[in-house]
Design a binder for this molecule. Sequence first.
Ligand code: DQA
Length: 156
Amino acid sequence: MHPKILVLNGPNLNLLGTREPTIYGRTTLVDIEEACRRRASALELEVEFRQSNHEGELVGWIQQARGTYQAMIVNAGAYTHSSIAILDALAAADLPVIEVHLSNIFRREAFRHHSYVSTIARGMVCGFGGFGYELALEAAAQLLRLAAEAKSPGTT
Ligand code: DQA
């Protein structure tokens, strides 16, 4: 069985393709999901891809992730900068988290420079548009490979 990765998307990311295209481009969330599925299959990973505009729904999904998924890729949208509830849920889930943003949040307004998710994430990819999700999947695959190798050296 392939390792399972939960890819979570926060508010307004359902609008990708038409939302502020000069910042986020013309790629839709469906395009990103399809690219993730292709990349995941090449990496022998399984992906579950979700989006919600509701903080509580995202918290619920994160709570349920423990025991089912081996890693999470999280673009929490604006909740990145505001949600201690999402941070606490990610900490409780006790899974490797890779943070993703389409835009380079450090080139934007000062309020986007702080990320609660970053305080728990293993790493962050930002500024490469939808391609960042594929880079995050590569990172997840590598993290899981290294973890498996550390558990049973010499068998992989
Ligand atoms: C975003 C960056 C956030 O600051 C913003 O609120 C978003 C999208 C990104 O992917 O670049 O909704 O997470």
